[in-house]
Design a protein around this ligand. Structure first.
Ligand code: HEC
Length: 203
């Protein structure tokens, strides 16, 4: 018994130590104000955007890696510039994928329908992990008398290869960084996006 318990505890202690280091790192980044290059510049005239100051602050990018922006928690996030006229590649790609795969049920621009919830609202509280989990595994409202089903897209490459793109676009809608206007300009498609797309669709 004694042997077994040391065997089990050691990796746990190591994991806890790692987790603490991770938390400290996040807090350090949290404290820094957004670097000017990472700040968002929204369209002041787009009444359909409904900016949410709290979410805009929480979702702000603290780093960029090959055209992909990340928030203080290390999750993908949006980058809107030029007074809302230009968006990062993933937000733009997510906008297109959303309107190809999701809008039939969830309504244009994440506005919702009588059948499925408004994702511009859902993404105000859903975490990245929850979003990816629902996307891959689906969801069924058991309390509803009608059978309303969110399909599982886990096997659909046209959706799963663009899961981050969808997340980034819907986060931008939830925070009110993007309105109901088609994004005018976009950042160049990053090399990493081209590579991942090829590997994901082909593999
Ligand atoms: C066939 C219709 C349909 C399609 C297509 C569809 N959904 Fe859904 N989705 C639903 C329904 C219905 C629900 C509500 C299910 C429930 O609450 O049990 C839902 C729920 C969700 C939720 C959870 C929302 C919440 O507030 O908990 C997310 C996230 C979601 N869908 C994302 C997507 C994305 C992204 C796409 C496109 C890739 C998509 N859905 C395509 C019908 C659909």
């Amino acid at each position: 018994m004694h042997h077994l318990s040391t065997f089990v505890t050691r990796p746990l202690v190591a994991a806890l130590a790692l987790a603490t280091v991770g938390l400290v790192a996040v807090h350090a980044e949290d404290a820094k104000p957004a670097a000017p290059a990472l700040a968002n510049s929204l369209n002041p005239n787009d009444k359909s955007a409904e900016p949410d100051e709290k979410l805009l602050k929480k979702d702000v990018a603290v780093k960029v890696e090959d055209g992909k922006y990340f928030d203080a928690e290390g999750h993908p996030t949006f980058h809107v510039t030029d007074q809302g006229k230009k968006v990062d590649w993933y937000a733009y790609s997510g906008y297109r994928r959303y309107h190809a795969e999701c809008h039939v049920c969830h309504g244009p621009d994440g506005m919702g329908s009588t059948y499925a919830p408004a994702l511009k609202d859902s993404l105000k509280h859903l975490s990245y992990e929850e979003f990816i989990g629902i996307l891959a595994g689906g969801k069924q409202d058991v309390s509803s008398s009608e059978q309303k089903v969110m399909p599982a897209f886990g096997d659909n490459k046209n959706v799963m290869c663009y899961a981050d793109d969808l997340y980034v676009y819907l986060k931008a809608r939830a925070a009110g960084a993007m309105g109901r206007i088609r994004p005018g300009d976009k950042e160049d498609k990053p090399e990493a996006a081209k590579k991942n797309e090829k590997e994901c669709l082909g593999g």
